[in-house]
Structures are given as structure tokens and as C-alpha cells.
Design a protein. Structure first.
Length: 114
């Protein structure tokens, strides 16, 4: 049974930083790709960042230059370093992984105050 467990969310002032982590219960290199999505109240879930086998990455335009996705094979985890946070980054952030099916974490709240 694959499990993804997020941690690191919280409340931060605008301009601050947070680091989210997603711990997988299996070898992360068994996934085709892993990523972070977010969902703000009243909005659709959207891709924030993704890392693909071979370490290529892609980012939403709104977070380019501020967020960095990385993975740690030794810890079976993927992280999202978020800098220069803005109030519009406020959302529930979800870890996602894809193999022969899609897996989701339970989500972690990020709140950025102005």
C-alpha cells in the first residue's frame, strides 16, 4: 500500500519561507514522477511543481524563481522549498505521485498572511 505523508505546512508572513516534505512508504524511484499540487478555497486544484524520472522539473508560472522541488532517495521523500511567499500562495498543498496509478497525500495547510 503506497502512502504519501506531507509535513511542514503552517502560517508565515508574506516574504517568508516554508519547506514542505512528502515521505513515501515506497522507493520514490518506482514512480514515474512526483509533484506538489495546491488547492485554494473555491478554486480548482493546480500543479505547483513536478519532478520527473531523470530529475527534470517543471513549475507553475506563478511560482517560478520562488519555489524549488527536490527529492531525497535515501529518505524516500520529495520536498518543496517555498521562498518569497505571497498571500496568494495560501492553499492546501498535496503531494502527488504517479506510477501505474495516481497517489495523493492528505494535504498540508499553508497560510501566508499579508
Amino acid at each position: 500500500q503506497v502512502q504519501l505523508v506531507e509535513s511542514g505546512g503552517g502560517l508565515v508572513q508574506a516574504g517568508g519561507s516554508l519547506r514542505l516534505s512528502c515521505a513515501a512508504s515506497v522507493n520514490i524511484f518506482s514512480f514515474n514522477d512526483m509533484g506538489w499540487y495546491r488547492q485554494a478555497p473555491g478554486k480548482q486544484r493546480e500543479l505547483v511543481a513536478r519532478i520527473i524520472s531523470g530529475s527534470s522539473t517543471n513549475y507553475a508560472e506563478s511560482v517560478k524563481g520562488r519555489f524549488t522541488i527536490s527529492r531525497d532517495g535515501a529518505k524516500n521523500s520529495v520536498s518543496l522549498q517555498m521562498n518569497s511567499l505571497k498571500p496568494e500562495d495560501t492553499a492546501v498543498y498535496y503531494c502527488n505521485a504517479n506510477a501505474n496509478r495516481e497517489y495523493w497525500g492528505q494535504g498540508t495547510q499553508v497560510t501566508v498572511s499579508s
